[in-house]
Design a protein around this ligand. Structure first.
Ligand code: FAD
Length: 529
């Protein structure tokens, strides 16, 4: 990185002085000002929409607003018939979907899981840093609750958060029994790391590929259940009985290139996030299927989107080399000592402060000219990764973060020797479909779990709480469906058609939704019938 020689020299020269420096915490006023001035959620680039449960009440990112107002992908003359009949339809193929399928197993209910891509192609499999659970000697569910509530700016739904924190240790036991191998200490105890915004170490990890290990465990276990799995089958529309109850979905079977309608007594949306919508042209850490489909489908049925304008921009997205742009550099690397440093060699903020605050501070540094510009014109700040080995001994970074080392190696970058250039990346959907503590939406017959839901994390999620979310609420959704399975109803497109008519009274959209794939993939072909 010859182009950054002077900047790297300033970073190295300042290392000894800042190594053990203690940061003054920002006052609440400073935090509020930083967020208002520099966080992308407050850029003023959102807009409200005129139809549906959030009409005129929420400023959505423009790309999401366009999709919420989009035309259905179902051809106008398509009439759903019950091509497939099941008791429970799970839409999604990530951690929340599999957790629900496992909870439904042996219930005697016929369960069908439809995934847009292959089972396990998801954000879950990409998770790096870890999963929170109050297992440490100093820890408790109350403490976990308090940390998450402060992190979420007090906007978390307290009932959802209470369930999450109470059930954390049990969720870890369940995963371990299924075969998930978390890192342990020499004494055989779970190794717990400190996460940003947490008051005690609470994050369990599998090195820096926690999601890969969790998804492996869940996927293997799900394949051993009686759940029928249909891959390459995105849901295009939810179906309802014409009287307010969701009763199935129309899917696009991409292998056969045909539409199929599924009649179900209960439908669970577990479609994950929306990072691939790349609001305000931010890079994203998300997998290719994260296009907010569940938000669009649920909204057409009348669901509220809680905190629908709140998204998490992860502070440490990679910004050099360009091929790695937007890819995540896990927060855990900061919890073991990597500092964020600007072009002047100055460590401008506590690297373990809340994600939204840190992201806003990095954006400010860049806007105010203290960033480091790459030859291709991107700009970011340094993550001083060599500090990890300096603080904890040679080889620590390689041992604890083999994934990061592996990903940078093809570009000739060894993060234990050379700092990584970072800039915030669109990472997580804080808001989403409104649910209660049993994952019931406001619409009968429709449940939702995981990243597609909103309320649990307020307007800022703490590291490790999403993996716990999908385990806790995926399973709770399954339990709730078992206990409250509605009767089978007719499967029509009444609600979706009514929504389209309401939209057309205002204007005709040129966009089709849900989006299904990133725009660049040019996958907008209308499915055959
Ligand atoms: C790079 C990265 C690192 C992360 N690290 C952490 C971490 O360390 N700790 C933590 O707690 N959280 C982390 N997260 C967040 C966390 O991984 C996710 O929020 C969580 O796993 C989401 O699980 P989910 O089951 O709700 O969604 P996903 O795992 O994304 O699954 C959604 C599934 O739905 C499918 N789908 C989408 N649309 C449709 C459709 N129309 N029809 C059918 N199927 C559809 C998708 O293909 C996918 O299979 C990370 C996220 C990313 C991207």
């Amino acid at each position: 990185m010859e182009w950054a020689r002077d900047s790297l020299k300033r970073l190295e020269d300042s290392r000894e002085a800042r190594r053990n420096a203690v940061h003054e915490e920002l006052s609440q006023e400073e935090v509020d000002r930083l967020l208002q001035e520099h966080h992308p959620d407050h850029s003023g680039k959102g807009r409200s929409i005129a139809v549906g449960a959030n009409a005129n009440a929420t400023a959505f990112p423009i790309e999401l607003a366009d999709l919420l107002e989009s035309k259905s992908r179902l051809p106008d003359d398509y009439v759903p018939a019950a091509d497939i009949e099941t008791d429970v339809l799970i839409i999604g193929g990530g951690g929340a979907a599999c957790s629900a399928a496992l909870a439904l197993n042996e219930s005697g209910l016929k369960t069908l899981l439809c995934a847009k891509l292959r089972l396990g192609d998801s954000n879950t499999v990409m998770a790096e840093g870890g999963i929170q659970a109050a297992l440490g000697p100093e820890d408790s569910a109350q403490r976990h609750f308090a940390d998450s509530l402060v992190g979420g700016h007090g906007k978390n739904d307290p009932q959802l958060l209470k369930r999450l924190c109470e059930q954390g240790p049990e969720g870890i036991r369940w995963l371990t029994e299924l075969g998930c191998l978390f890192d342990v200490t020499e004494e055989g105890m779970f190794r717990l790391r400190l996460g940003g915004g947490a008051s005690v170490p609470r994050v369990l990890a599998c090195r820096d590929y926690t999601g890969l290990e969790i998804m492996r465990t869940l996927k293997d276990a799900t394949r051993l259940t009686t759940t029928e799995i249909m891959e390459d089958c995105p849901a295009l529309e939810l179906l309802d009985d014409g009287a307010g109850q969701v009763s199935g979905a129309t899917i696009w079977n991409r292998q056969k290139n045909c539409l199929q309608s599924v009649s179900a007594r209960a439908v669970l949306l577990a479609t994950g996030g929306a990072g691939q919508l790349r609001f305000q042209q931010f890079g994203t850490s998300n997998h290719v299927g994260a296009t907010g489909d569940g938000l669009v489908l649920a909204y057409r049925q009348g669901c509220h989107l809680e905190h629908g304008g709140s998204f998490q921009y992860h502070p440490s997205g990679s910004c050099y080399p360009e091929a790695m742009s937007g890819r995540l550099v896990t927060e855990a690397i900061r919890s073991v000592g990597a500092q964020v440093v600007n072009n002047e060699g100055h460590c401008f903020i506590n690297e373990l402060t809340y994600r939204d605050v840190l992201a806003a501070a990095i954006i400010r540094e860049v806007r105010e000219g203290r960033g480091i510009q790459t030859p291709a014109g991107s700009c970011g700040v340094w993550l001083d990764t060599p500090l990890i080995d300096i603080k904890h001994g040679a080889g620590t970074l390689q041992k604890q973060f083999p994934g990061i080392v592996h990903r940078f190696a093809p570009f000739g970058i060894d993060p234990s020797q050379t700092p990584i250039l970072i800039y915030p990346t669109l990472h997580y959907q804080n808001g989403g479909v409104r649910v209660d503590e049993w994952c019931r939406t406001e619409i009968n017959g429709l449940w939702a779990a995981g990243e597609v839901t909103g309320g649990l994390h307020g307007t800022n999620r703490l590291m490790g709480n999403s993996l716990l979310d999908i385990i806790t609420f995926g399973r709770r959704a399954g339990e709730s469906i078992k206990a409250q399975l509605p009767e089978r109803k007719a499967a029509t497109r009444s609600a979706a058609d009514r929504f389209q008519r309401d939209l057309q009274k205002l204007s005709e959209s040129s966009v089709q939704g849900p989006q299904l794939f990133p725009v660049e993939m040019n996958m907008n072909a209308t499915p055959g019938q």
